[in-house]
Ligand binder design. Structure first.
Ligand SMILES: [Cu+2]
Length: 125
């Protein structure tokens, strides 16, 4: 197994463990549901590129840049976060308005930088 593969296996194991831990946590009290979404960023895409939540949700995005530094800009919610390679960034906000809101990479990362984008869909309850 090469190094990349070892890293990937370790990452998957970590993700599974984190998911199992999260599943055991009680739901946050009051207000909207807590929603944690893991996202990866690499040249030139976010995965998932469409993030769907419900209006009123407290959204927690944990975004990891895989191949180099990127950025995450979600203008509608005043978010512009630098994503350091390999260092998961946690972005929290309340999805207090319904609609479809574009987000994009905010750290120039190469020829496809401007195509590196996605959208947040906030559905009415
Ligand atoms: Cu980028």
């Amino acid at each position: 197994m090469n190094r990349t593969k070892v890293c990937r296996v370790a990452f998957v194991l970590f993700a599974v463990a984190a998911a199992a831990a999260a599943a055991q946590e009680p739901a946050p009290a009051g207000g909207g549901e807590g929603t944690e979404i893991k996202v990866t960023a690499k040249k030139y895409e976010f995965d998932p590129s469409v993030i769907t939540v419900k209006k009123g949700d407290h959204v927690k995005l944990v975004i990891t840049a895989l191949d180099r530094d990127h950025g995450f800009k979600l203008e509608a919610f005043n978010i512009n976060q630098k994503l350091k390679k390999g260092d998961p960034a946690t972005i929290e906000f309340t999805a207090d308005k319904a609609g479809t809101f574009p987000f994009q990479c905010s750290d120039f990362c190469g020829l496809g930088h401007r195509k590196m984008k996605g959208k947040l869909v906030v559905e009415e309850q």
